[in-house]
Write a protein that binds this ligand. Structure first.
Ligand SMILES: Cc1cc2nc3c(=O)[nH]c(=O)nc-3n(C[C@H](O)[C@H](O)[C@H](O)COP(=O)(O)O)c2cc1C
Length: 189
């Protein structure tokens, strides 16, 4: 049998551990693959929507991840209507596809002030577009930015299920469930 290059992919525990390591790397390192997951939601009219976001936190203890956004962005309306989302990462270094299914809570207001205070001037420019994100404008730059904590929102993703695919000499795929205490189950790739 050919030896697996990523030894961590051969057991459920070490595979899950590697998932959290890769997500943590994404939070800490802007060049890491998990820095920019795709967030998929269900739009208010029931259609799928996917977009790139920045992963802001990923806590293995609570299995909660967070994303920052503009309060008026369509994705906020999406999760208000359907409070579920999927986060997708392809980590080409670890050869890992991570598909995380989560319940989503929208956080706004004074609760976010400590986070807002820590954002750079540059980072704040992403929150507070006028007209609102997604509105039609007559020309590509006919908008202004009024960064304000009132325009800032955090999406808190409580992960319920992980579908993890490792591409190795032989592919392995596992499902991890919150309601199974993340014990994990191998499944056919
Ligand atoms: C590299 C990259 C990172 C992005 N990060 C975020 C982000 O962290 N939060 C966010 O709301 N939008 C982010 N965006 C913009 C979204 O992809 C999207 O265009 C915007 O949020 C509007 O999406 P919506 O209309 O579905 O809400 C990012 C886009 C790119 C290309």
């Amino acid at each position: 049998m050919v030896e697996e290059r990523h030894e961590w992919a051969t057991s459920l525990d070490s595979l899950l551990d590697q998932v959290w390591k890769r997500l943590a790397r994404g939070v800490a390192d802007r060049r890491a693959p998990a820095r920019h997951p795709t967030l998929a939601t269900i739009s208010t009219d029931g259609m799928p929507q996917a977009r790139t976001v920045v992963l802001r936190s990923a806590d293995p203890t609570t299995a909660i991840a967070t994303i920052f956004t503009d309060r008026s962005a369509d994705k906020v309306d999406d999760v208000r209507a359907h409070p579920h989302a999927a986060l997708h990462v392809w980590d080409n270094i670890a050869h890992l596809q991570m598909r995380l299914l989560a319940d989503v809570a929208i956080k706004t207001g004074p609760l976010l002030e400590p986070i807002w205070d820590n954002l750079s001037h540059h980072a704040r420019q992403c929150y507070g577009f006028q007209p609102a994100s997604g509105d039609p404008i007559p020309d590509g730059l006919r908008y202004t930015k009024s960064p304000d904590v009132a325009a800032f929102a955090m999406l808190e993703l409580t992960i319920q299920r992980m579908d993890i695919l490792h591409l190795g000499y032989q592919h392995r795929r596992a499902e991890f469930l919150r309601n199974d205490q993340w014990a994990g189950q191998w499944i056919v790739p």
